[in-house]
Every structure is written in structure tokens, then in C-alpha cells.
Design a protein around this ligand. Structure first.
Ligand SMILES: NC(=O)c1ccc[n+]([C@@H]2O[C@H](COP(=O)([O-])OP(=O)(O)OC[C@H]3O[C@@H](n4cnc5c(N)ncnc54)[C@H](OP(=O)(O)O)[C@@H]3O)[C@@H](O)[C@H]2O)c1
Length: 406
């Protein structure tokens, strides 16, 4: 499990189970014969002189997709390159990436509508396997199944600094569409055992944001609350799973009857069509017996916020996370918020401490992320095309080749 650098243990010899069999046999035979002080000295000297089993060979190169910009256009093109894997620094870890999941922001980067560094390696969300560790690393071992926080520096606490976003992968630093990824050990979390790599790759961005909205703020959702979700995007789908696992009533707004029938199959029962009913806020008030939703996850932004305030309960919570709607807003938001006495809370992903807590929650409740479609590593451009068509319901995932490159 991840641990902040300040609390990390000093490097030690590997545990007994990882020592070569001959070493273990010698140690066990000494233990079985005697237990005097001299034994302990012998054990200690044996321990100190023992050699760890040979580490698996490290890859020399890695294939990675980069989003490059043309000369006279903001649009970017995806190109596949093979580059040298950098040498590990003492507190770094080399991860063989097994799966990467896509977010719509990455489509916007490719379309030139969202800023990113030149020649960025796209994508923030991955799950993979530790294949080598730097000499100071003691909190993860070779073979561990891990993921990394969306903001590499956001390890614990609240977003106390404004420059945390500069460690945002796939935007300000290179992202995860890379066969072998060097990462700071603090950025890693161990993924839930019952999830495949493809499923676990969906967690770093939208899942942790949804979890933070529901359980990371001053007022957690609880049984009997009503949660309103704007649209049936991936953030809403995670929030719906998490909330219903603790007995919260969930209402979705959606523009799609097809998605309603899929959500019914998943056990959800309350929907409002925001396309056919422009007064969807009134319908939410009706569904809640005139009380309103106690929590709303606001993915719509300025085009939907006014209506969200109109159907939040008195003193309720609006967790502002997204800006999907481009419609202009002509409601006096300040006045509406005052009248509702509501709390509008901005949420930007979440720290790794919360990521670990979410993983425990997912493991305990045996939840599984909804994966819509899996593409191969050579089909990355097709995967982005599919995501931008808005046909998916659930995450679009890339399965990495996992080739040994030695
Ligand atoms: N704050 C953070 O840290 C954070 C983290 C992750 C994501 N986000 C943001 O959160 C938002 C949602 O992310 P996501 O990954 O869930 O997106 P997504 O999967 O792309 O969600 C798309 C869905 O949103 C709904 N939608 C689109 N336009 C809408 C509108 N005008 N009004 C109401 N609903 C609309 C549609 O649902 P229907 O098809 O059902 O109509 C659409 O299918 C994005 O803006 C994203 O940038 C923020």
C-alpha cells in the first residue's frame, strides 16, 4: 500500500518468503536446533550477508502513443513511438501498464479544445504491475497490482496548493498510454483484488471524483438521502453505484431512453429526461415529494446549475465537478443559492488516501466498474473515435500488449 515518503520504512532485506529456498532451509535448520543468543547472532549475520533473488530483467524500450500538434492547427494527431525507458530514481517505480481507460477530456485535447503540453502522452487512468523499484522504495514490491492518482502529487489532505494540477497526467505531465511507465512511489495505490486490470484502470479520475463528492466532504451521503445525477456519464455511473451501496435513492437526468432501459437492468428506477422536459427540475421536485435532492453531482456546469439549485433540498449540497453543458445560463445563481441556503462545493478528483479508502469500499461491497468496450493497443485512434461518438455507456478501455521488452 502507498505510504507518504516521510513515513516510509528504511529499505530492508526482502522478506523470508522472497529469499532463495537454500537460504530459507539454512535459516529454518538453525531455528529448529537452538534458540540461544548465539543463534540470533548467526541469523543476523546470515540475514545481512544474504542476497535477494535476482530481479526480473528491466525493459530497455517502451512503445507509447503521443498527441502531436500540426503547424497551423490546434488539432493533434496520435503517433506511436518506441523510446528508451528512463533509469529509475531511488523513490521511483517501474510499472508495466496492463490497461488504460479513456476520459472525454482526452478527446478535447486531440480536438485542440483543451490545453496540454506539446507531444503529450495522453490519458491519466491506468492499472498495471510493478516490475522494478528504486532503492528507497519499501511500500510496494515487484508483482504488486497498482494504479496511480490522477494528480501525481495529490497524495493526502485537501487541495491546499493551487499548483497540484501541474502533476495532472496526460495534460501537464506525460500520461499512461505507455507500455512501461516510471512513476513516483507516492502516486501509487494497490488496486482491489477482485477487479481485472481493465476494470481497475477506470478508477483514477471519475471514480475517485464521485467518491470524493459522496464521502470526502464535510457532509457524507447517508441512507435515505436522495442523490441527483446530471446525465449518465461515467462519473454519474460510479456515483450511482457507490451511493446505492449505502442506501441512497438515486435519480438520473438523461437525454436517452435507451440508457434508461440499461439503467433499469442495473436496478435503478428514477429518471428524468432533460431533453424532452426542459423543466426537469420541477420533475425532480415532484419525485422527491417537494423536498428536493439532498445531494447533487453537478456535471453540467453553467447550463444546468440554475436548475440544480432549483431542485436541491433546503440546505442541500451541490458538488460542482464538470462543465458538459454549453448552454448559456440566465438565472441569477447567487439569488437562487441564497434562497435555497445550499452549499456549492467544488471537487477536483481526490487524494491517494481517499483513493485507498475508495478501493477498500469497492472491495468490501464487491462493486465492479461498468466497462463498455475494450480496444487493443494498436486501435487507440479507433477507441478515441468511438468515445467521441458518444455511443458508449461505461468506460472505454485500452488493453496494453504487455510484451517483455528486454
Ligand atoms: N472535477 C473533477 O475532478 C472531474 C473529474 C472527472 C470528470 N470531470 C468532469 O465531469 C464531467 C463528467 O465526466 P464524465 O467522464 O462522466 O463524462 P462523460 O462520460 O463524457 O458524460 C457524458 C454524458 O453526460 C451527459 N451530458 C452531456 N451533456 C449534457 C448536458 N448539456 N446536460 C446534461 N447532461 C449532459 C450525457 O448523458 P445522457 O446521455 O444520459 O444524456 C452524456 O452521455 C465532465 O465535464 C468532466 O470533465 C471532473
Amino acid at each position: 500500500m502507498f505510504r507518504p515518503r516521510s513515513q516510509q520504512r528504511k529499505p530492508t532485506n526482502p522478506p523470508l518468503a522472497q529469499q532463495p529456498p537454500c537460504f530459507r532451509q539454512r535459516l529454518q535448520s538453525i531455528y529448529s536446533r537452538t534458540s540461544t543468543e548465539s543463534t540470533l547472532r548467526k541469523v543476523l549475520s546470515l540475514w545481512q550477508t544474504s542476497k535477494a533473488p535476482p530481479e526480473p530483467p528491466k525493459p530497455l524500450t517502451s512503445r507509447r502513443w503521443r498527441a502531436t500538434q500540426g503547424k497551423d492547427t490546434l488539432k493533434r494527431q496520435l503517433i506511436l513511438e518506441e523510446e528508451i525507458v528512463p533509469t529509475l530514481e531511488p523513490a521511483q517505480v517501474l510499472v508495466k501498464v496492463h490497461a488504460v481507460s479513456l476520459n472525454f477530456t482526452e478527446v478535447l485535447i486531440l480536438e485542440g479544445k483543451f490545453h496540454a503540453i506539446p507531444r503529450v502522452i495522453p490519458c491519466s487512468d491506468m492499472a498495471g504491475e510493478v516490475v522494478a523499484v528504486g532503492e528507497e522504495v519499501s511500500t510496494v514490491s515487484v508483482g504488486d497490482r497498482v494504479s496511480a492518482g490522477r494528480l501525481l502529487d495529490f497524495v493526502e489532505g485537501t487541495l491546499g496548493r493551487t499548483d497540484y494540477h501541474h502533476s495532472g497526467t496526460g495534460i501537464y505531465v506525460d500520461g499512461m498510454l505507455d507500455e512501461y511507465k516510471v512513476l513516483p512511489v507516492e502516486s501509487l495505490v494497490v488496486i482491489p483484488e477482485h477487479l481485472s486490470y481493465e476494470e481497475a484502470s477506470t478508477l483514477p479520475c471519475v471514480a475517485i471524483t464521485a467518491y470524493n463528492c459522496l464521502f470526502g466532504g464535510p457532509k457524507q451521503v447517508e441512507k435515505g438521502d436522495t442523490l441527483l445525477l446530471i446525465g449518465t456519464g461515467n462519473l454519474s455511473l460510479f456515483a450511482a453505484q457507490f451511493a446505492s451501496a449505502v442506501g441512497v435513492n438515486v435519480i438520473f437526468t438523461t437525454s436517452s431512453d435507451e440508457k434508461v432501459s440499461q439503467l433499469k437492468d442495473m436496478g435503478f428506477t428514477q429518471f428524468v429526461n432533460y431533453k424532452t422536459n426542459p423543466d426537469w427540475d420541477k420533475e425532480v421536485m415532484d419525485l422527491t415529494g417537494g423536498v428536493g435532492a439532498s445531494h447533487i453531482i453537478e456535471t453540467g456546469g453553467m447550463g444546468t446549475l440554475g436548475k440544480s439549485i432549483s431542485c436541491v433540498a433546503m440546505g442541500g449540497w451541490i458538488h460542482a465537478v464538470g462543465f458538459l453543458s454549453e448552454q448559456p445560463n440566465n438565472i441569477d445563481l447567487t439569488f437562487e443559492a441564497i434562497m435555497k441556503n445550499c452549499i456549492i462545493r467544488g471537487v477536483f478528483v481526490g487524494p491517494n488516501t481517499l483513493f485507498n479508502e475508495m478501493n477498500e469500499f469497492i472491495s468490501e461491497k464487491k462493486l465492479r466498474p461498468l466497462v463498455d468496450k475494450i480496444f487493443g493497443f494498436d486501435e487507440v485512434p479507433q477507441a478515441f473515435e468511438y468515445l467521441s461518438s458518444r455511443r458508449s455507456m461505461g468506460k472505454v478501455v485500452i488493453r496494453m500488449p504487455c510484451v517483455e521488452r528486454v
